[in-house]
Design a protein around this ligand. Structure first.
Ligand code: PRX
Length: 653
């Protein structure tokens, strides 16, 4: 089997075999020293433009524009331009959960036809350029059709994760005033049929949504009694094939994706067309070193940015083959993923550390029979990957042959920002690496001064800002300014605030995690404030505080401390978890709920979450003198100790 890495000292580097096939080497960092020139060259080479831009980059902070005045169509660049040479090449492989269902393979030509048709369905229902279309679909091929069809006519898609609750979908529909919703009757998960339509129906009630198009995933067709709900397949049969792509300005919005911040309400992160397209294309191409017959499998759901950029758009912009799957990693058997890799000759595999840790825990005897020799590059995303998980991934999945590309980025950044490249290296456990060519990151102190060495500081980005970066928060200039720019503006610095901490080790960047009240639970981004708001809405809860605690599999999990209004009997913990499922979704469900008499507060009434964190981590609580009610800390400590002693909770990683 070909070895793509070699060990030198305690580090791994690309082998000759990797260098021979690498699309870029270390010269790329030199070539990218003038980011404007660099990105302009790639934009010219990599995309078809209807009109060339007048200005490569314009910066009027907090906003900036890439390829100003340029025009293109996103779906044209994913599909039409591939038809001539790659019309019969597989664009998408879909592996359904039921084993008696065959995988679906669509060529570029087939996908193109479906997208054209569905864009005509959207037109038929009055959707025009600039309208927002909500998509609440599981990871099925129709999700790609729906998203690309929006981009063909210039509609802005807003995908909502299918495991999110009806309330979460409703609030996102309302924020964007979406005209149309695309959903499914349901999907398969762990052998069960999950009803999605019920949640969708509830969500659209009394909203701006005029029509709901339903993909019949579980049944053959969908029969609706209301004119509002339409069957996806019947709609497809009712329209023609010809669909002229609408020319879009480079800076026109392409999609909105909601993500959690430090305040209760999720933000609608807006991505533009031209900059995002260039960035998605080249980060995907170079990170995964996509060659002609390669297959990329990014396991993320399309409800997250990773799914947008690396399960769908990145591979298609490169005329490559992408694989998606339905269901969960370990069902019906623990080796499902590894079988899929072998069956479909996956060459680049991209997943989150939580999944790796889950497999690690399950043992690895069964892995011996899976050689997975098609693999070339392994990727990690969404949360820090610890040394054990890195080594296990490297040895058991990559068989010690494949580099691990640990990619740091965010919903806001559209594509990966800090990682090493397969042909460059080095591949070091827990270290993300270098700024992607053409981007620049710094680790600074609280005044914005550059920090050297292993001192932890704030991770910021300096302009020209990466082409994949967000172009605002939907309908909320103030939030955009406050979240990403205001702090550094005060210190007269033009930095994008990542809200992550980092330090430099041997010239490489190591991420230390969020510096704000955002948790990463199994790689999912959860806001403490949003979760607290949801819990506070429960009828017997007077107030609450949520803090994260380390978890061996999920990285971290939320723990809730609640003060009740009066008495609440029975299984409060169970009911509260269900309540969170309904308000946000199971991803935000607290792992533990403690009912306490009081929460530690300062004289001004501020809840001291830091003290709760200290207690959970078995540390000496700091700053007790500032509290009006220091006595409550003892009581909370006793409660927490009880749970740890019962072996229900782990402390500290
Ligand atoms: O804290 C960082 C963490 O995930 C956050 C972004 O989350 P989200 O917007 O959901 O996007 C996830 C997919 C890109 C970051 O602020 N994060 C992401 N990748 C890494 C990471 N932390 C450590 N290492 C990573 N590779």
């Amino acid at each position: 089997m070909v070895k793509y890495v070699v060990k030198k000292g305690d580090r791994y580097w690309p082998s000759k075999a990797m260098k021979d096939i690498a699309l870029v080497d270390k010269k790329i960092y030199k070539e990218s020293q003038d980011p404007r020139k660099f990105w302009a060259k790639l934009a010219r080479r990599g995309l078809v433009w209807n009109k060339k831009w007048d200005k490569v980059y314009e910066e009027k902070l907090p906003y900036f524009k890439w390829f100003k005045g340029g025009e293109l169509n996103f779906s044209y660049n994913c599909l039409d331009r591939n038809l001539f040479k790659k019309g019969n090449k597989t664009a998408l492989i879909f592996v359904p959960e039921p084993i008696d269902e065959k995988p679906i393979k669509w060529t570029y030509h087939e996908l193109y036809q479906k997208v054209c048709k569905f864009s005509n369905v959207l037109r038929k229902h009055g959707i025009v350029k600039g309208d927002i279309v909500s998509i609440y679909l599981p990871l099925i091929p129709e999700a790609l059709v729906a998203m690309l069809a929006c981009t063909r006519i210039g509609a802005i898609h807003s995908v909502v994760f299918s495991a999110f609750s009806s309330d979460a979908l409703k609030s996102r529909i309302q924020d964007g005033k979406a005209k149309l919703l695309i959903t499914a009757d349901g999907y398969y998960r762990r052998g069960e049929k999950v009803d999605l339509l019920k949640k969708a129906k509830k969500a659209v009630y009394r909203t701006s949504v005029k029509k709901v198009i339903v993909v019949p995933r579980l049944r053959k067709s969908f029969r609706s009694l209301s004119f509002k709900f339409k069957d996806f397949n019947k709609e497809m049969d009712s329209v023609g094939l010809m669909s002229e792509p609408v020319s879009m300005k480079s800076e026109d919005p392409l999609f909105i994706l909601y993500t959690s911040g430090t305040t209760g309400k999720p933000k609608g992160v807006v991505h533009d067309t031209g900059g995002y397209a260039v960035y998605a294309k080249y980060t995907c191409l170079w990170n995964f070193n996509l060659l002609e017959n390669d297959v990329l499998w990014c396991t993320a759901d399309i409800g997250w940015i990773t799914g947008h950029t690396y399960a769908f758009y990145g591979p298609l912009l490169n005329g490559s083959t992408t694989l998606i799957y339905e269901g969960s990693p370990d069902f019906p058997k623990i080796d499902r993923w590894w079988k899929i890799i072998e069956k479909h000759n996956v060459s680049a595999f991209y997943t989150a550390p939580t999944a790796i840790r889950m497999f690690m825990k399950a043992g690895d005897k069964y892995l011996k029979k899976h050689r997975m020799k098609s693999l070339k590059v392994l990727g990690s995303v969404g949360e820090p990957i610890d040394k054990d998980a890195w080594n296990w991934y490297f040895k058991k999945i990559g068989k010690g042959r494949c580099p691990i590309i640990d990619t740091w980025w965010q919903t806001e950044t559209g594509g990966t920002l800090i990682n090493v490249l397969p042909g460059v290296g080095p591949f070091v456990p827990t270290v993300a690496g270098k700024s992607f060519p053409g981007t620049k990151h710094l680790v600074v102190d609280d005044k914005g001064k550059i920090k050297k060495g292993k001192d932890i500081g704030f991770l910021v980005q300096e302009g020209p800002f990466a082409p994949g970066m967000l172009h605002g928060v939907y309908n909320d200039h103030k939030k955009y300014l406050d979240t990403y720019w205001r702090y550094w503006k005060k210190h007269k610095k033009k930095y994008y605030d990542s809200s992550d901490g980092a330090f430099i080790t041997n010239g490489l960047i190591r991420i230390t995690g969020r510096t704000d009240d955002v948790m990463k639970v199994a790689g999912h981004r959860i806001s403490t404030a949003e979760l607290e708001d949801a819990i506070n809405e429960y009828k017997t809860v007077n107030e609450c505080a949520v803090v994260p605690i380390a978890d061996k599999i999920k990285g971290e999990v939320p723990v809730a401390f609640v003060v009740l209004k009066g008495r609440d009997i029975g299984n409060l913990e169970g009911r509260l978890k269900k309540h969170v499922d309904n308000k946000i979704g199971p991803t935000a469900r607290p792992s533990f709920v403690y009912v306490v008499k009081d929460l530690p507060k300062t004289r001004s009434g501020k809840i001291m979450r830091r003290i709760l964190k200290n207690v959970l981590n078995n540390e000496e609580p700091k700053g007790l003198m500032t509290l009006v009610n220091p006595d409550c800390v003892g009581e909370i400590t006793e409660l927490v100790k009880g749970k740890v002693n019962k072996g229900k909770m782990v402390r500290k990683r």
